[in-house]
Design a protein around this ligand. Structure first.
Ligand SMILES: *[C@@H]1O[C@H](CO)[C@@H](O)[C@H](O)[C@H]1NC(C)=O
Ligand SMILES: *[C@@H]1O[C@H](CO)[C@@H](O)[C@H](O)[C@H]1NC(C)=O
Ligand SMILES: *[C@@H]1O[C@H](CO)[C@@H](O)[C@H](O)[C@H]1NC(C)=O
Ligand SMILES: *[C@@H]1O[C@H](CO)[C@@H](O)[C@H](O)[C@H]1NC(C)=O
Length: 528
């Protein structure tokens, strides 16, 4: 009782009222926002988790545990009419190439849902009034969509924090005034090899960066049309709302990520979703404990939940089986979704499982290696748990995540089409299982990132409280956003420099010519 009394005194005096906007459409985004919400709740703030539902299947997977104020906005009639979710495109994942020329269809479902959800939000005046009556101090939203930022402005929330569940959304970086440097920083969805790019890669990386900005601008513009139809044509759009945020949390771990320039508002909080204490308290039991005890080495294989193993091309499956056969002293655990497993009959060292306690498996000392598709959540978890990996990126930011680990010597990156190349596949498995250098690097990386000087949770709490107390910080927006491009990139100065270097040269040349002209004339005269 006394503790509760004390807590409530503390809460009423110092606590902030925080609105976290987290649409339900994909687990990785939801988890990231939920960790931020719970972290702030844990430190005594009054957090509301606001969830516009995009996909009913995900409306019961909100990820918040400590945060009790949850406001759910159900799907509107319009959204129910022609239901579409990110799962609608799963079957294409194995075949699609996401580059500056293809794979654009991947963006359609979220674009459509975002616009529809925005319309549903601003049509709901009762909900808007409820939210307004709570008088929130701080608003936190992922800038994957910007209706949230329009909502905060409409409710009079001036202290805004962006939180990106990826390391660098190109469109957001550009809108915040952050430099791009595409010659050595891989754009978020780029399938290039990492920071050391040849000319073709640098060209593709630049095209991909520009494509992402163009694609997201279309979506942001369509959202702006919707909220402006409710709030007036003069209501600011994303070009004002994004850079107006006071802090931008990104899901990046500086030690792991590609080095890149950023502005002071960008605070890297990668690793916030890894609860190391909880993972270390989990013990494998039953079947998994038995499976890991079978052979000296064990490797776990999972392509995540979006790209189904069962839907992968047949020859990929056959090659994987051949590789398993070539390593009889290793047990392979493969996360495989359906019951149609006759293709794997008779392979003693293969265990097909529909579900696995992934973090507990990865944390087990007996696990030797992990084959992952490279979702950021798994990538960061694996890095924390110090396991060598083969990464087979399928789509979105996974190539970037994979190359990020390979660069540190903890991982081998394969293209998904390499699953069709038996020799390459076999070599990769052999190396990751028997070459100790990957294990050593992985353990060293884990040791470093577990001991970062400031823990991500602490960064979230301190920066949110700082913004809540002293924000907003308008003057922290780079002036570059107001400059014409030729000034911003210094082209006018460069032009002047070239001009002032060339001017004397040109002048001298002209004088010289006149002089030569006179001289030759006088020579000619003399000779006469
Ligand atoms: C998306 O998938 C759902 C469920 O499988 C289906 O009902 C719906 O028609 C699909 N929508 C589109 C546009 O393909
Ligand atoms: C937290 O905020 C909600 C919504 O404004 C309010 O109903 C509730 O009383 C607040 N809780 C505390 C402990 O202040
Ligand atoms: C498997 O282990 C056995 C016993 O240690 C050894 O004789 C055999 O060569 C190993 N097989 C392979 C393919 O490494
Ligand atoms: C082990 O891996 C490292 C890093 O890829 C490589 O330099 C080394 O040659 C490999 N060793 C063997 C024996 O293959």
């Amino acid at each position: 009782m006394i503790i509760i009394l004390f807590l409530s005194l503390f809460i009423s005096a110092e606590s902030l009222k925080i609105l976290v906007y987290s649409p339900a459409f994909a687990g990785s985004h939801t988890n990231f926002m939920a960790r931020i919400a719970d972290t702030l709740t844990e430190s005594g703030h009054n957090v509301t988790f606001f969830v516009p539902v995009f996909d009913e299947a995900r409306s019961n997977q909100l990820g918040v545990k400590l945060t009790k104020n949850v406001i759910i906005m159900e799907k509107s009639e319009e959204m129910k009419l022609d239901p579409i979710t990110v799962d609608n495109i799963t079957a294409t994942y194995w075949h699609i190439t996401v580059n500056s020329k293809g794979g654009h269809s991947l963006f359609e479902p979220v674009h459509k849902l975002t616009v529809q959800s925005c319309r549903s939000l601003f049509s709901n005046s009762e909900l808007l009034e409820t939210l307004r009556s709570h008088e929130y101090d701080v608003g936190i939203a992922e800038p994957l969509m910007t209706c949230s930022l329009a909502l905060f402005r409409h409710l009079g929330i001036q202290k805004v924090i962006l939180a990106s569940s990826c390391p660098n959304y190109d469109a957001v970086m550009a809108a915040m005034g952050e430099p791009a440097d595409t010659s050595y920083v891989p754009s978020i969805f780029s399938e290039v090899s990492g920071d050391r790019m040849d000319f073709a890669d640098r060209l593709e990386n630049t095209d991909m960066y520009n494509f992402m900005i163009e694609r997201y601008s279309q979506m942001y513009d369509d959202e702006a049309k919707v909220y402006r139809s409710f709030l007036g044509q003069d209501f600011p759009d994303w070009r004002d709302l994004i850079p107006d945020a006071s802090v931008h949390f990104t899901n990046s771990i500086p030690y792991l990520d590609f080095p890149r320039p950023s502005i002071q508002k960008t605070i890297d909080i990668g690793g916030i979703s890894v609860d190391l204490e909880k993972i270390q308290s989990e013990k494998l039991n039953g079947d998994f404990d038995r499976i890991l005890g079978k052979r000296e080495k064990t490797m776990f294989i999972s392509f995540g939940s979006l790209a189904k193993s069962s839907e992968m091309p047949q020859n990929y499956k056959e090659n994987l089986l051949e590789v398993f056969r070539s390593e009889p002293n290793v047990t392979f655990i493969w996360k495989y979704e359906n019951d149609d497993v006759n293709f794997a009959k008779g392979l003693e060292n293969l265990e097909l499982v529909k579900w696995a306690p992934q973090t507990a498996v990865l944390n087990d000392k007996r696990l030797s290696a992990f084959l992952s598709h490279g979702r950021l959540g798994s990538t960061i978890e694996t890095a924390f748990l110090g396991k060598p990996t083969i990464m087979v990126p399928i789509f979105f930011d996974q190539s970037r995540n994979a190359n990020m680990l390979s660069r540190l010597g903890t991982s081998i990156t394969l293209q998904k089409t390499d699953l069709g190349n038996f020799d390459k596949l076999k070599t990769a498995f052999h190396q990751i299982l028997h070459n100790d250098s990957f294990r050593k690097s992985a353990e060293q990386v884990a040791d470093v990132i577990r001991n970062q000087p400031i823990k991500p949770k602490e960064l979230v709490v301190k920066y949110t409280e700082f913004v809540g107390k002293y924000g907003p910080f308008h003057h922290m927006t780079p002036y570059s956003l107001k400059m014409p491009w030729f000034q911003r990139y210094g082209y006018d100065v460069l032009l002047f420099k070239i001009g002032s270097f060339l001017a004397p040269v040109v002048l001298l040349a002209a004088i010289f010519r006149i002089f030569i002209g006179r001289f030759s004339v006088s020579v000619v005269k003399k000779n006469k």
